[in-house]
Design a protein around this ligand. Structure first.
Ligand SMILES: CC(C)(COP(=O)(O)OP(=O)(O)OC[C@H]1O[C@@H](n2cnc3c(N)ncnc32)[C@H](O)[C@@H]1OP(=O)(O)O)[C@@H](O)C(=O)NCCC(=O)NCCS
Length: 187
């Protein structure tokens, strides 16, 4: 199940808390980035976990050319103006993940900091695998950065295996990480 419009703000805050460090350089400030990402999150590209009616975790995914946040050129230009949109577009491009046949690629999984370690992330991984199977995918894929060994350990326990390693090279200072691993799980 995805998020409702009344939950958009909460979902955006969770997403930005987890991925703002990586996305911030595209927007120049946390405020601008968080607002734009929150406004562009797509309910049809995110699964959410709830506890007592409160969203506790989210898992975005790419499908049919759209990821969790709809940061299209048109949307960036309309919201930021042409010059800032061009900067955002160029900064986000190296982070973009192409879709592959038969593969559902995740676009950010995160759990509220005060709820981690209680199985919510695992439940989201199971649910996104079910979603992938329902949509005819045979694999689930994600990327994890070298500064996040605990998340990588979780993915390994869930059956994900490294299929590719890459580097953002000289852009490491910009994004806050250098190397990343692409992992896949057969479903
Ligand atoms: C990674 C994350 C989604 C896992 O969700 P979770 O609900 O904590 O996961 P579970 O309770 O099902 O499993 C616990 C495992 O998650 C991993 N984990 C726990 N806290 C974590 C944290 N702060 N950062 C990264 N991984 C964490 C560990 O492998 C942990 O097992 P351990 O306690 O034996 O070390 C969540 O911790 C999180 O949001 N982390 C910050 C954002 C992030 O790193 N996202 C992944 C990007 S690839």
């Amino acid at each position: 199940m995805s998020f409702t419009e009344s939950e958009r703000h909460r979902v955006g805050a969770l997403y930005w808390a987890a991925f703002g460090r990586k996305l911030r350089p595209a927007f120049g400030s946390d405020e601008v980035g968080a607002a734009l990402v929150t406004a562009t999150l797509r309910p049809d590209r995110m699964l959410v976990a709830r506890d007592g009616g409160e969203v506790t975790g989210v898992c975005g995914f790419h499908q049919d050319g759209h990821g969790a946040a709809d940061l299209t050129w048109r949307r960036l230009r309309d919201e930021l103006g042409r010059a800032a949109a061009a900067r955002a577009w160029l900064t986000l491009a190296p982070l973009d993940r192409r879709e592959h046949d038969g593969v559902l690629t995740l676009d950010g999984i995160c759990v509220s900091a005060d709820r981690r370690g209680r199985g919510i992330g695992s439940a989201l991984l199971d649910r996104v695998a079910e979603h992938a199977a329902r949509h005819g995918r045979r694999w689930v894929q994600l990327s994890v950065v070298d500064t996040n060994p605990r998340a990588e350990a979780l993915y390994r326990r869930h059956g994900f295996r490294v299929v590719e390693e890459g580097s953002v090279g000289a852009l490491r200072r910009l994004y806050g990480f250098e190397r990343y691993r692409t992992m896949r799980k057969k479903i």
